[in-house]
Design a binder for this molecule. Sequence first.
Ligand code: AMP
Ligand code: ZN
Length: 483
Amino acid sequence: MPDQLPLTLFNSLTRRLETFAPVHAGEARVYTCGPTVYNYPHIGNMRAYVFADVLGRTLAWKGYALRHVINITDVGHLTDDADAGEDKLEKAAAKSDRSIWDIARHYTEAFKADVKALNIREPAEWSVATDYIEPMIAFARSIADEHCYELDSGLYFDVSTVADYGRLARAITEDGEGRIDTVEGKRNPQDFAIWRRTPAGETRQMEWDSPWGRGAPGWHLECSVMGEKLLGFPFDIHTGGIDHREIHHPNEIAQNQAFCGCGSLDDASHSGAKLWMHNNFLVERSGKMSKSSGEFLRLQLLVDRGYHPLAYRMMCLQAHYRSELEFSWEGLGAALTRLKRIVMMVAKLRDPPTGAAPEAKLADIVSRFDAAMSDDLNTPQALVALEDALSAKKVEDGAKRAVIEDMDRVLGLDLFALERSDLRIRPRDTQIAEEEIEAELLRRKEARLAKDFATSDAIRASLAARGVEVMDGDPLGWEWTLQ
Ligand code: AMP
Ligand code: ZN
């Protein structure tokens, strides 16, 4: 690659675009808040991991040795992000005849399947919260005297003991701290449990002994501990969805400040990470997406309706990660069509002639791509650069291929492995086999050649009755599609 531009990223904590400068020379250490595995992830959740993946790929592309951690929350996340309600996993287990461990395992596997389908790179480490109970207790013990107090229900963090509590939330909305919950005896409304004691007479499926009684860790504690253990404070970048700016991340930050004995957040690295990045939401026309409500949009639903999962990745890349993205089936269809066009152009580059590949004609486009990605991961513009490179005239195929491969290393659309036919819309309940369609179309072609239009029309009508639309003269060259 020619010399690349410095990478600028938006830091939610300072509300500024900042030039990425690694804590450890040549390395990038990134922590991404992972899923709570009490249910399937919805496609909104997956937007958060597509974003983190693009960030990781960009850092790697810029030459940093990436160390990426994504955690799996299998304990501690309550039905309310503040301290109200039940543990989401305990609640799911109570409604089912499976153990909480089975539930966590099942949904972790489902999440990882979506990660794979979306061509999200596996992180260096999947850290599972329940593997870190001992370090969590040690972390809590080290801050307990100075920053915590006990109530009947557990050990609480006193947010008035650290500087600038809630700056991350306040930077976003004036009422960022407005969520007050009802635990009696709290010193400040925003104080939060870092250890929840199991109420007398009850048992939980997941509970451990601690200096504060038998119980379970708070959700915020796990991320602080896994971040510190696996990446060290301060690490480079912490990511999550924008909902985490309100409670989860301010609380993680407060714990981190307590742990490292750090002061004001005017120095962002006192928060445990130098940069805090947040993806905006995927929304449905009807409002926010939720996986606790009965029916919700899972990646599998998109696949069942016949869409290739990478069409959804394309849909995510078409929006900037800090913009809200509205999901619609038409939007998904448009993303699929765009991906199809790209794949068809890439197919022409599959076996390029070998030999030196002068890039001069593409240099301008390559710099535009770099400028887009370096400008806070502007994937919509990067996609335009990729398409411009594909349609550039009088460029040797080998040179083009090298450039497209390089761009796809960042965007992760798997362009050289995808086949045009992979992208055909194929609803799961389709009754007709593709070989049968192809055979009928061959028969129709022969009829048309023989000017037997009655037969040709009859074949078309019979295919239509079985959900196959024949597409004569389609600009993408599709001869048929399934309805
Ligand atoms: P959870 O499993 O609920 O902890 O969420 C996993 C990730 O998805 C977190 O980073 C959330 O902030 C993020 N998230 C939740 N809902 C959405 C949404 N509708 N769009 C984008 N990201 C979301
Ligand atoms: Zn987290």
